[in-house]
Design a protein around this ligand. Structure first.
Ligand code: ATP
Ligand code: MG
Length: 307
């Protein structure tokens, strides 16, 4: 059996035509080893989701080759897709169905029919047992993200593709999802995850590729990328706090406002983030952080992290 879970060679892909044509991937090559958590990091529009769509066989590249678990995706997309668990954006969950029904419906698309006990096991794994008979639209953002993970796992895939699985989650919910993703790795699965945050990549991934404008500009372990870039993590939050009245935040090196956005350079993003969250709660602003005004952590931004 090949050690490679995914092999991508010189993939180019575009959208639209004529004046509307966008070159989304401009010759991407990378290998994902079996059993690793591989991160795709990059700014908005870098091409991360397009690359996942190509791996899933949903977007057909103009040139190049993609092999998933030794299956040529371009020749046999359906067989390749059976090796993949694909995390749907929570917006794609059908509102009217319950968690249990959604798992059943999505698995059935792959001709997999999980037993009641397997569904219960999935709900337990993703802390959703109490949500089994609730509809997706009644769930919190974190519960929907976890349900999307449970659905991705419903076919017991070798390889799991996660597109921003923690986007818009508060710090505690993010860590909970990270814990669940690590469990998937411990089960021997291969995981590819897209993210905007180097902290997320650092916490989860053995290797990270940084995509920028359709090209891979660096690929290495998060630690080596950070060391090479020699930049400090920066937390960014759209939250109004009086800087001179704040208690010292662990790890925080420098705090400033850039327009309405608070930026904190930190040596320990996790600890700073947790403390910031607690302070925001004391000021009654935690809802603001949890509801998407907080961009999470954008540290060692891709633009700075060039080799
Ligand atoms: N359906 C589409 N039609 C036209 N252009 C698209 C489409 N989807 C993506 N693009 C364009 O392709 C490029 C790559 O987009 P993609 O969604 O892959 O980026 P991304 O790295 O996932 O960004 P984000 O971090 O915002 O999710 C962008 O220029 C984007 O505008
Ligand atoms: Mg995307």
């Amino acid at each position: 059996m090949s050690k490679l879970a995914i092999a991508i060679h010189d993939v180019r892909a575009h959208y639209g035509k004529g004046q509307q044509r966008v070159e989304a991937l401009k010759g991407v090559s990378l290998d994902v080893q079996r059993g690793e958590i591989f991160g795709l990091l990059g700014p908005n529009g870098a091409g991360k989701t397009t690359l996942l769509s190509c791996i899933e066989g949903l977007h057909h590249p103009d040139t190049g080759a993609i092999v998933v678990a030794s299956i040529d995706v371009l020749r046999d997309p359906q067989r390749a897709r059976r090796k993949l668990g694909i995390q749907l954006q929570s917006a794609a969950l059908i509102d009217g169905l319950t968690a249990t029904e959604l798992i059943e419906v999505y698995a059935a698309l792959y001709e997999v029919y999980p037993s009641r006990s397997r569904i219960l096991e999935l709900l337990e794994q993703f802390a959703l047992v109490d949500q089994a008979h609730r509809r997706a639209k009644q769930m919190s953002g974190g519960q929907q993200q976890r349900l999307a993970l449970a659905i991705a796992l419903s076919t017991d895939p070798e390889i799991v593709l996660l597109d921003e699985p923690t986007g818009s989650l508060d710090p505690a919910a993010r860590r909970e999802v990270w814990r669940m993703i690590r469990t998937l790795k411990n089960q021997g699965r291969t995981i590819v995850i897209t993210t905007h945050g180097m902290d997320e990549a650092e916490s989860l991934c053995g290797r990270v590729a940084i995509l920028d404008e359709g090209r891979i500009v660096a690929c290495d372990s998060p630690h080596r990328l950070i060391a090479a870039a020699d930049v400090r993590p920066v937390l960014k939050a759209t939250v109004e706090l009086p800087l001179d009245a704040l208690p010292p935040l662990p790890g925080a090196l420098e705090m400033r406002y850039v327009g309405e956005r608070l930026e904190i350079e930190t040596a320990n993003p996790e600890a700073t983030l947790q403390a910031l969250y607690t302070v925001a709660q004391q000021y009654g602003l935690h809802r603001c952080l949890a509801s998407g005004h907080f961009s999470g952590i954008i540290q060692h931004s891709a633009a700075q992290t060039e080799t």
